[in-house]
Design a protein around this ligand. Structure first.
Ligand code: ZN
Length: 112
């Protein structure tokens, strides 16, 4: 009885298997966020422009007594990848620091 011949680059734990697993994980991540691609659509650009025209100042800065131009159309209710909720809103205008800060806080609380 001879042992089976060693084949580099095959089987579990090999480089090829690791790459395949990585590619599968990337596909799962993309599939888990169907709304990510929606940010690139003309419909979202129009919606965002409408929101920023309607409310040109950062809502969070206004609450702190500051006047800052808003650049981000933010979902008041986190849509969590829900396409219907993504389009329905409601929306609020935020500056980028407030938008990014809010998202980071959500992630730290495990709700992001
Ligand atoms: Zn702000």
């Amino acid at each position: 009885m001879r042992p089976p011949p060693f084949r580099p680059g095959r089987g579990p734990g090999s480089e090829a298997a690791r790459h395949a697993a990585q590619a599968a994980a990337d596909r799962r991540r993309r599939a888990a966020s169907p709304t990510r691609a929606l940010y690139g659509t003309a419909r979202w650009q129009r919606l965002r422009a409408h929101q920023l025209a309607h409310e040109p100042l950062c809502r969070a800065c206004r609450a702190e007594g500051r006047v800052t131009p808003a650049t981000v159309c933010d979902h008041v209710t986190p849509h969590r990848g829900d396409v219907a909720l993504f389009w329905r809103g409601p929306f609020q205008s935020l500056c980028k620091p407030h938008h990014d800060g809010a998202k980071q806080r959500e992630e730290q609380q495990g709700r992001g």
